[in-house]
Write a protein that binds this ligand. Structure first.
Ligand code: BGC
Ligand code: NOJ
Length: 828
């Protein structure tokens, strides 16, 4: 069952009924001001940090679901009928409801009783404000007298404190109203240099700033007294719950349309310019007023929307494909890169499942997120790499997270995840392959943000490698520390205290828990580090890293192979995890994919055997489960993984992040059908038709789909902020379509499913656009791949660049300034 449809031409998903199984959201803003907006206009906004600078309140996990955030009411002043054009919170029936989620904007349209509204929500590029521009049209044969009420409930900045510290914060709220603009000034008199404001593009008929006055005692947002009566009372909040509610009136002749915009903004003032006059307690609103003036022009929103769309057209031009498969094309061309950008901006901080309070930027997460967007905005990737590396600890290890506002490592959320440093190598490698910007390696970067501790970025990479090599266990495999990529495989924690965090509970000393997965990841990272050292002409480091990769491969071969798949780990006392010897958790997906990506087991057939085991034991129609059999009981020696009910999250859920690793493994071994099959199982567009089962948005990946053991098998959770976005982008674009940046040029090495005979793509790479045309001759092979695969499968690959055949599949770099290169790939 569907709740809408894709509009690929306009790059939108059109929700056609408001009661989606869960709020289906979008994100506005991509620099400093961010907003979550659901298909009923619910959600909240913040400046940079979802916890510390939250502008408006949103109550998670509420009943009914998704009440408000952005309240907009239309009232027919002739009859007293009122409704929300986004359906919530009154839930009054609407005609022709649609919510179009586009790239950085959302448009909600509906009609009731002959009054049509279309509200465009967006954050104008470069601004710290959001606009809700409503176009109201009178479709009645007679004139209509209407009211529009816009309202927000201010959050008193720190969302955690706002939701918990009532003894203080029910007394601190302050507002001021001037010229019809509500200024939210809580704590501005004292240490804050910022305030929020709520304004309207037309002169207002009234305002309220006290929630109780606006709603009426013991009433909810579904029937505000002030809206019911059609009059706001001019209330001023003193403590309690400050709101901004504004009332615009309009008379529309038959067929007439008018635009009214409500604007919510955030303004910072320099410390010595906070008050006007300087020695008064009157806030300096000059900066805010200048912006408000601009948004009194209704045409401004159309201009902003056009600018936003142009930015996205340019970004998406990094890669555009036509394969003929709509699920591939719309995800690769529109939604997957869009999600990658959102994960880049927000890491794991604010979604419908991440409250914006709990988490900063993950070290490993942010490095992996780079993989998905580096081709769109390389300059921002560069800055991000330098920020991440600056949080690295002098021993090469990492804080597990850092805070976006301070860019400093955060110890409160745990550390000692021994896979963390290896991901930095992969992030840097991806950046270098995309841009060729070797100068980044010489940029001085501090350690743990200590001034004066700077050493070149390449030295950070060296210490990433040293970190693992200095922490090997009895089998020569990396010690796992608190956990590896699987945050829930806590082999040293032994937590038996209810409520204790697995991320921060003390590790039991003296253990020898080793991770076969980190071993594979290390081989991949050490190979990348070796290639990077070679770029710099540092042969000593290049050979050292290559030798370390070889030695680690030896340990994996000796102690990581279980007979039909790679093992997962050795626990605290050296017992196997992820082995046929175990009763539960016999086979895990992570090492199977990672080994193939690291090139371990390709020569000896183990990769193929491992892949076959995955297909047999872990694959479901809804994606590949993380492990099997699920843990039915809590295992003290395994930790959080076994705390989840079977089938959910890390306990045998389809943890989508890891699925692309298997797609890549399938592609590396020449099986395009296998790769595409896995791709389509979790591809949200391909699951659109079962939206009632999947329940999350059909345009973005979710972190998890409930596994076979779960009563709700197939149900997705934790949509949007997940490494799944970046890895699926990598799997489909670099391994199935085979368009892969390398240090010395762009490689085009597709591994096609049998059913495909051709595809076209354009890829922007180091300033040149590559126009790529891939075709199979009748009866031709499917693998445009590396030599051993090609010879195994028999086809001939011919790559013709600007009319001239080349050797192999890597296109030599054209002279700089070459605008266009034509590439034809023929599979004979
Ligand atoms: C989740 C993991 C997550 C970890 C850290 C756990 O509860 O299951 O997916 O990585 O928390 O936030
Ligand atoms: C989500 C976390 O953000 C990520 O870092 C981790 O790898 C996965 N969960 C698996 O536990």
């Amino acid at each position: 069952m569907r709740y809408g449809h894709f509009d690929d031409e306009r790059r939108e998903y059109v929700v056609t009924r408001p009661d989606t199984p869960l709020p289906w959201i979008n994100y506005l803003g991509s620099e400093d001001y961010f907003a979550l907006v659901s298909n009923t206009a619910g959600g909240y906004s913040f400046f940079r940090d979802a916890r510390l600078r939250r502008l408006i309140r949103y109550r998670y996990n509420n009943a009914p679901l998704d009440v408000g955030g952005r309240f907009l009411y239309v009232r027919d002043d002739d009859t007293g009928d009122y409704w929300n054009p986004g359906w919530q919170p009154t839930q009054r029936e609407l005609e022709d409801y649609t919510c179009r989620h586009g790239l950085g904007y959302t448009v909600i349209a509906a009609a009731r009783g002959g009054i049509r509204t279309e509200t465009t929500y967006l954050v104008p590029p470069g601004e710290t404000l959001e606009v809700w521009r409503t176009r109201v049209t009178n479709d009645r044969p007679i004139a209509a007298r209407l009211s529009l009420f816009g309202a927000v409930e201010f959050c008193l900045w720190d969302a955690q404190d706002d939701a918990t510290n009532f003894q203080r914060n029910l007394s601190t709220g302050e507002v001021r109203v001037e010229d019809g603009v509500v200024y939210h000034l809580t704590e501005y008199r004292e240490r804050r240099d910022h305030f929020a404001w709520f304004a309207c593009s037309v002169p207002v008929a009234g305002f309220d700033t006290s929630r109780e006055a606006f709603l009426g005692a013991y009433r909810g947002w579904d029937r505000p007294l002030a809206v019911e009566g059609g009059r706001l009372s001019g209330s001023i909040a003193h403590g309690w719950q400050p709101v901004g509610a504004l009332h615009a009136t309009l008379v529309l002749e038959p067929g007439e349309s008018r635009d009214v915009a409500f604007v919510l903004g955030y303004t910072e003032n320099p410390a010595d310019d906070k008050f006007d006059p300087t020695d008064s307690d009157r806030p300096n609103t000059a900066r805010a007023r200048a912006l408000i003036e601009r948004y009194r022009e209704p045409g401004q929103t159309d201009e902003d929307l056009a600018a936003l769309q142009a930015t996205w057209t340019d970004r998406l031009a990094g890669l555009q494909v036509t394969t003929g498969d709509p699920h591939v094309d719309r995800m690769v061309n529109i939604w997957n890169p869009y999600q990658c950008m959102v994960t880049f901006n927000l890491s794991r901080s604010a979604s419908m499942f991440e409250s914006g309070i709990g988490r900063g930027m993950g070290f490993r997460d942010s490095n992996q997120d780079l993989l998905g967007f580096v081709h769109m905005i390389p300059e921002r990737a560069r800055a991000r790499i330098l920020d991440i590396a600056a949080t690295q600890l002098p021993d090469g290890g990492a804080y597990h997270q850092y805070q976006p506002l301070t860019k400093r490592g955060n110890h409160d959320v745990g550390s000692g995840f021994n896979d963390d440093p290896a991901w930095l190598v992969l992030g840097v490698a991806a950046y270098l392959k995309e841009t060729g910007d070797r100068a980044i390696l010489d940029v001085p970067v501090p350690w743990d943000n200590e001034e004066g501790s700077q050493t070149p970025l390449h030295d950070h990479l060296r210490r990433c490698i040293d970190f693992t090599l200095g922490r090997l266990g009895p089998h020569g495999l990396p010690l796992i520390g608190r956990a590896d990529w699987n945050d829930c495989l806590n082999l040293n924690v032994f937590s038996d205290r209810p409520g204790e965090s697995f991320q921060t509970a003390p590790n039991r000393p003296g253990g020898v828990a080793e991770s076969v997965f980190i071993a594979g990841l290390f081989v991949l990272a050490a190979r990348e580090a070796s290639a990077i050292a070679r770029l710099r002409g540092d042969e000593t480091e290049a050979s050292r890293c290559a030798a370390a990769a070889t030695a680690m491969t030896g340990s994996i071969e000796a102690h990581g192979w279980d007979g039909a798949w790679y093992r997962r780990a050795y626990d605290h006392v050296g017992n196997l995890v992820g082995s046929a010897e175990n009763d539960e958790g016999q086979i895990f997906i992570e090492p199977q994919g990672m080994m193939a990506m690291a090139g371990v087991g390709l020569g000896d057939g183990r990769t193929r055997t491992a892949i076959a085991s995955v297909r047999e034991r872990l694959a479901t129609p809804h994606g590949i489960m993380l492990q099997q059999p699920a843990y039915a009981t809590y295992h003290l020696e395994l930790g959080e993984i076994s705390s989840y009910p079977p089938g959910y999250k890390e306990n045998a859920g389809v943890f989508c992040h890891t699925n692309p690793w298997l797609m890549i493994a399938e592609a590396i071994t020449g099986n395009g059908d296998g790769a595409l099959d896995y791709y389509l199982r979790i591809n949200p567009s391909a699951r659109e038709a079962i939206s009632d089962v999947h329940r999350c948005e059909p345009y973005v990946y979710a972190q998890m789909i409930a596994g076979r053991d779960a009563p709700t098998h197939g149900e997705a959770k934790n949509s949007w902020l997940t490494g799944t976005a970046a890895w699926n982008m990598v799997a489909i674009s670099q391994w199935i379509l085979g368009i892969r940046p390398e240090h010395d040029g762009l490689r085009v090495e597709p591994v096609l499913p049998e059913s495909w005979t051709s595809f076209r793509a354009t890829r922007r790479f180091r300033g040149t656009t590559y126009d790529i045309d891939v075709r199979r001759e009748p009866g031709g092979g499917t693998v445009g791949g590396s030599d051993d695969l090609v010879s195994e499968r028999g086809p001939r690959v011919e790559v013709v660049v600007d009319g001239r055949p080349i050797e192999g599949t890597r296109i030599p770099l054209p002279g700089s300034g070459t605008p266009l290169v034509r590439v034809e790939v023929r599979l004979a």
